[in-house]
Design a protein around this ligand. Structure first.
Ligand code: CTP
Ligand code: ZN
Length: 156
């Protein structure tokens, strides 16, 4: 029977499920969250699993760990269309479909070393999102354009 052949990843009791991640991005997300595995959280990572919506996807389940608003914003930056599920007592108590806003404030630093945002601590970085996929953002102060790769490198 098909049922004997299917491996279902266990449901979790408390924590978060980051679902519908673009295939191959799960490790980058963990790295960005500063999670190495040494913290002791029970973590399940599934990569390149079949998905009806995406073809293939990655999923991360972390027990007993929640996300700060700035962590959520960073995830939205590199993983558009991700679904963030908050689990309490085995139930999904919150489901948030992340979308990248048109403007990104204060989450990443401009790649231009002479940009005012890298010299004046009171000036927050501000980027305009030119394209979501592939990601392309433009600094509102110096107009430097950063692509997905550059943004990735500056996140962790
Ligand atoms: N999940 C879990 N532990 C729970 C409840 C849910 O690990 N106690 C996981 C599910 O395996 C799934 C995700 O959290 O990967 C979202 O659960 P649910 O909303 O029940 O699934 P769907 O309706 O398929 O979600 P979506 O519509 O977002 O695809
Ligand atoms: Zn700049």
């Amino acid at each position: 029977m098909a049922i004997d052949r299917e491996l279902r990843v266990q449901k979790i009791k408390e924590g978060i499920v980051i679902d519908h991640l673009r295939a191959g991005t799960a490790l980058k997300i963990l790295e960005m969250l500063g999670i190495t595995g040494k913290e002791g959280y029970i973590i399940t990572v599934a990569m390149n699993v079949p998905s009806q919506k995406l073809g293939t996807k990655d999923i991360i389940k972390i027990e007993g760990r929640y996300l700060s608003p700035s962590e959520v914003s960073k995830i939205a930056l590199i993983a558009p269309k991700v679904t963030l599920n908050v689990i309490k007592d085995y139930q999904v108590v919150r489901k948030e479909r992340l979308i990248l806003p048109e403007e990104i404030v204060g989450i990443i630093k401009c790649s231009n070393p002479t940009c005012i945002t890298n010299h004046e601590p009171q000036v927050q970085s501000k980027f305009l999102v030119l394209s979501r996929e592939p990601l392309k953002i433009k600094c509102k102060y110096c107009e430097t354009i950063m692509n997905q790769e550059e943004v990735f490198r500056r996140l962790s």
